[in-house]
Design a protein around this ligand. Sequence first.
Ligand code: 5AD
Ligand code: SF4
Length: 439
Amino acid sequence: MATEKTFYLETFGCQMNAHDSEKVIGTLRQQGYRQVENEEDAGLILYNTCSIRDKAEQKVFNRLNDYKKLHKAGKRFGVLGCVAQQEGEKIFERAPYVSLVSGSASYRKLPEMLTRLEAGERRITGLDDRQTEETFETEFTARQSPYRGYITIIEGCDKFCSYCVVPYTRGKERSRSSSSVLAEARSIADQGYTEIQLLGQNVNSYRDPEGKSSFAELLAAVGQVRGIRRVRFTTSHPRDFTRDIVEAIDAIPTLCDHVHLPVQSGSSRVLKQMAREYTRDWYLERISWIKAARRIISLSTDIIVGFPGETDDDFIQTMDLLAEVQYDCVFGFKYSGRPNTPALTMIDSVPEEEKARRLQVLLERQREVQRINYAKHLGEILDVMVEGVNPARGQISGRSSQNKPVNFTSAHPIAPAPGTYQQVKITGSFPNSLVGEAV
Ligand code: 5AD
Ligand code: SF4
């Protein structure tokens, strides 16, 4: 009898990576593999990696080091995702016990690569597909959540922001047809999913290869799929963010009242150096459209501090922008020079301690903004999708349509099931979460 094929997969990085892993797991299962919970039990150990900042990249090499002794037991290692694409065959030099290195643009070829691995090949690469027009679609996606379904609508990125590694790791921008996206949305709605998250590095540059829908039209169509109660999308790029997206949110109640619109910096001078292709005023105009919507739309953003050449004055402009927009959530990062990117040739002029100081100032100030924003919900009744239940503490956790975490209690003897919706009266607030009671 042949020995059972088993794999372990650990995922680093963004939601795109998490969803890629769902597709990779489905593909492996289809090839007769069984997923196991730890490295020790697996015949094949896979890491789906992230290289957005140096710290993320180092994680996978630490992991490989920790587990390399397992190689002696006849296990195989594979490195997938952004570090795989970025480092390519150099990974074989650095970690000779790795047998498979593949970027996300080559996952279509995974079945073939697995067959070669099983046949005993030890230097298998999937690195040459960054210019592909094809997307990775599979009917075998092993979704990790039974109620929130991710759907990729666009892969790759053509923006080439000067600091960003993604165009080099995920390759050329390519959109899926609106009919295949809608078919997937209908199929998961039929399986009982009520929330859909549309994914792409830049969903706003979606171009339907069938020419049927703009991004806003696709968003609206997904929002009208029977059984779907919530639709989210990420990530947006201010350069391509159009007003009809706000109009769609106004028209279709299932489209969540939350937009993540990364600004990166409040200084037009720095934005130019970042090659973001918009100014502070251009960005703020889009914010004003969103703020003019009928529902209050929650806003979140990403900020990079300490970009090469960022002065005190540039940083103050970022702080002013934060004060003006009043975001509900900010992801702040210290600039990290990435291989192949144009910014790497600029002088990384802001010392590490100053980057850390700016980040701390930013996050502290933002905390105060959120303390006030979150307190505005006191007394409101919010529709909360249940995500987890802690029976020991009688605590139920979930999210509002605006994507705010809500922790609540219920007088009902049976706790609500994850994926169900509860009306919750908000009785308390923190800078990052709300507290309430089911009504
Ligand atoms: N250094 C620091 N942060 C970065 N990001 C992207 N590239 C870098 C980099 N080189 C941040 C951006 C992006 C988020 C996903 O990660 O803010 O929006
Ligand atoms: Fe990390 Fe960016 Fe790759 Fe996502 S796309 S895994 S954030 S490097």
